[in-house]
Design a protein around this ligand. Sequence first.
Ligand code: ADP
Length: 211
Amino acid sequence: MLNVGLTGGIACGKTTVAQMFVRHGACLIDLDKLAQAIVAPQLPAWQEIVELFGNNILLVDGSINRNKLAKIVFTDKEKLKKLNNIVHPRVLGEWSKSLGDIEKKNKKAIVISEVPLLFEANLQNMVDLSILVVISPEEQINRLMTRNGLTEEEAKKRLESQLPIEEKIKMADIVIENRGAPAETEKIVAKVWKELLIREENKRKNYFGGK
Ligand code: ADP
């Protein structure tokens, strides 16, 4: 099994690129979805979050209003840290569990884990290699404003909480440019997929004598 971490700034195209890999046959783990499941009403993480932020961050059905929570923590670093301390350890536990489940079923699987803050949270040691999706910060702000209905100022704030793209490029094993049309990105992904297949086979051969 090859364990790949797919990362990139917000709205750079991680989900878009991840879906392209899935069409080639990759197994997908979405850490954002794992995080959402962890904070479902009444679960321990939900209880801790409500204790910290109060009932007014809840929607009428009792689930956490993620937009409201995001607006609070992106302007308050201390609260962001506390929220991360509640959510991150639990997400890591679920992630390891998911990886183990996939490996049990398919030793040759190529797992793409979508991890928005792979570098910021120092999670490189959780994966065999990292893939970074990049676009320019200007395009990132445009796509973020369109997709999330944010003002330019709010979009810029979200970007500020992430490492600058140049720093991430230095840390990434593979960089995928998503600046052009989706068809262009598809071509890059197809090439990278071939490389991942080779890396998976090499890893298995080294570890298990190719079995
Ligand atoms: P992320 O998962 O990194 O937040 P998404 O994959 O959701 O990013 O992409 C952000 C937005 O940009 C989405 O609305 C998506 O449809 C759009 N998008 C992604 N790739 C491209 C592309 N190559 N050209 C134009 N729009 C794109």
